[in-house]
Write a protein that binds this ligand. Sequence first.
Ligand SMILES: [Mg+2]
Length: 293
Amino acid sequence: MKKELHIIVNPAANRGKPKPMFRRLEKLLKHREISYSYYFTEFPGHATQLADRVISRGVENLIVFGGDGTYNEVVNGCFGKNVKLGLIPAGSCNDFIKEIGPWQGLNSFLDSIEADNTILIDAGRMNNRIFLNNIGVGFDAQVINDMIKRNLKTNLGYVLMVLKNLFEFDNFKAHISSTKESADYELMMLTINNGTTYGGGFKIAPEADIHDGLLDVCLIGYMNRVKFILNFSKVYSGTHLEIDGVSYWKTEKVNVEFDRGLPVQVDGELLPEEINSIEVEILPEAFKVYKFG
Ligand SMILES: [Mg+2]
């Protein structure tokens, strides 16, 4: 029996560019005689509502057409449900899908769906929110916060806000307790990772594995700004772990208390409020997704 696909589409992902790709997808589905329904998201958080509603009707195959932010909304609407997810990279940041395998195009993706070629992947939970890729507290979330505040959406805007925060962002203190250690730190940034890469290619957690049942904690400790700038490119290549001031370990669960309210990003989306403490845990084999190729 042919599958029926339900597709959640974020038409605003990647500044409206995914529309031609979506038309191509529709053409291929018609050609393969695969029946489908689609739902456009209309506001932030809508994909969570749509996923919840569609799955409550007993849908088995949910396809997400968007970027990391859209995937995040969808998984928050379908954790614990019996559903197979198909993730199509159509956003501006498509970091998480690299963990599933090299994207080989829509045709290959549809082959995988028709062959029922799935894998189980881990996810994480921070407080009550599920994430696929990572969460970040401090410097990285502050950069996102400042971009939103100034309505900056370009790469240049990103670089400008990184520079601004190099001068303005204050270190914070964090008391961290995990299954591996308990200690106090002075930090610029704290990330807890399921995937390896974020922010459009920064390999913050080079040893992360979405199948190992563990989260990778990467802490960027206090360092003077010249040292920080000189070492920034090492995060891109994932060679930052040997820098003095960077801490890295794996754990199932970690609790952190901060000395002040801090901005937090979850899969690249800024949370609406600043947060004083987080509880983060791995959710092993949380989702079944279609493989690539
Ligand atoms: Mg892992």
